[in-house]
Design a binder for this molecule. Structure first.
Ligand code: AMP
Ligand code: MG
Length: 334
């Protein structure tokens, strides 16, 4: 049985987790997952420097609590993993510094993890998906991917804002604090008044900036917030459903897996479930508790990478702010 300690710090969340393998790595057990989320003041977004200051302040406590929750000491773990990118530079560097210090002091291998792959691997482990087409929707990502020939291949992605940025930036305009997804969802459920907003799909890619500009302008001009939340969700999610459906039809996968923080949204789940049904594919969603950024994503993916002998020397363990998932050779999958 292997045990890996993982650290997540790409954006708003600083989180640590201990995960152990069962069945030689096919299944994992989350022994602990402790998080602290930086919340900016209402009406403003994440300031990287402020978020990184939060991470520095909470790091010692979160490391300690995650070990206590798992009932384990650091010298018992087999490796230390950290999210090396993509993400906000100042935030990434806090997690990387903590991981390097632990790896050096306790003489453990240091395993870099791509954050997008972290979302994907944990979702696969928790749902039991076999070979899915994946819609990854979060604050940092909006893409459709499937595994082929050693890498996660991208079948469509956003050309500008991520869906999480659209939701949070519109929420900011309405005076909410980020992340505002649950609040927007709640307001959307109170309306059925559809206000047309720009629907922009190019090839199999999406663009959300037109929706944001229009929705903000309509809000400033006095349109009611509930109808705007409803319409924003309907349009943006319909775009995501369209591109996912096209990728599904093309790849002929038998499963659709929804992951990332926005996966918690019931309306998005409903639309994708309909798409899956139409193609006779199974529909899976990451459990809500693990949909947003968390240490368990990094610890579990770190464990899979560790079993495949992947590690990095501390001197070369740079963070990569724009590390695409389709650049990663995934040695633990075939
Ligand atoms: P992540 O970057 O994976 O932690 O995901 C965070 C993003 O998920 C933020 O943009 C949130 O606003 C968004 N989010 C969380 N819950 C929901 C929800 N119920 N509906 C829509 N978006 C959500
Ligand atoms: Mg994320």
């Amino acid at each position: 049985m292997k045990k890996v300690f993982g650290i997540e710090s790409t954006a708003h969340t600083f989180s640590c987790s201990l995960v152990s393998s069962i069945d030689g790595g096919v299944h994992g057990q989350i022994l602990s997952d402790v998080r602290s989320i930086y919340t900016p003041p209402p009406g403003s977004g994440i300031h990287p420097r402020e978020a990184s200051r939060h991470h520095v302040e909470v790091a010692p406590k979160i490391v300690e609590q995650s070990l206590t929750q798992a009932g384990m000491a650091m010298d018992e773990v087999d490796a230390v993993s950290f999210s090396a990118g993509p993400g906000l530079g100042p935030c990434l560097r806090v997690g990387a510094t903590v991981a390097r210090s632990l790896a050096l002091y306790y003489k453990k291998p240091l395993v870099p993890v791509n954050h997008a792959i972290g979302h994907i691997e944990l979702a696969i482990m928790l749902t039991g998906a076999k070979d899915p087409i994946i819609l990854l929707v979060s604050g940092g990502h909006t893409l459709i991917t499937a595994f082929s020939f050693g890498r996660w291949r991208v079948f469509g992605e956003t050309l500008d804002l991520t869906i999480g940025q659209l939701i949070d930036q519109f929420g900011r305009e309405a005076g909410f604090s980020s992340p505002s997804g649950p609040k927007i969802e709640e307001l959307a459920e109170r309306s059925s008044n559809f206000i047309p907003l720009p629907y922009t799909v190019k090839g199999n890619d999406t663009s959300f900036s037109g929706i944001l500009t229009s929705a903000k302008k309509l809000l400033q001009n006095g349109k009611d917030l509930e109808s705007l939340c409803f319409s924003l969700q309907e349009i943006a999610f319909a775009m995501l459903a369209e591109v996912t459906e096209r990728a599904l039809a093309f790849t002929e996968k038998r499963e659709v897996l929804l992951t990332g923080g926005v996966a918690a949204n019931r309306r998005l789940q409903e639309m994708l479930s309909e798409v899956s049904k139409r193609h006779g594919a199974g529909f899976l969603v990451v459990p809500k508790e693990y949909s947003g950024d968390c240490g368990a994503q990094i610890a579990w993916t770190g464990l899979l990478a560790h079993l495949a002998d992947i590690s990095v020397e501390v001197e070369k363990s740079f963070v990569k702010q724009s590390w695409r998932l389709d650049r990663v050779d995934v040695k633990w999958r075939d």
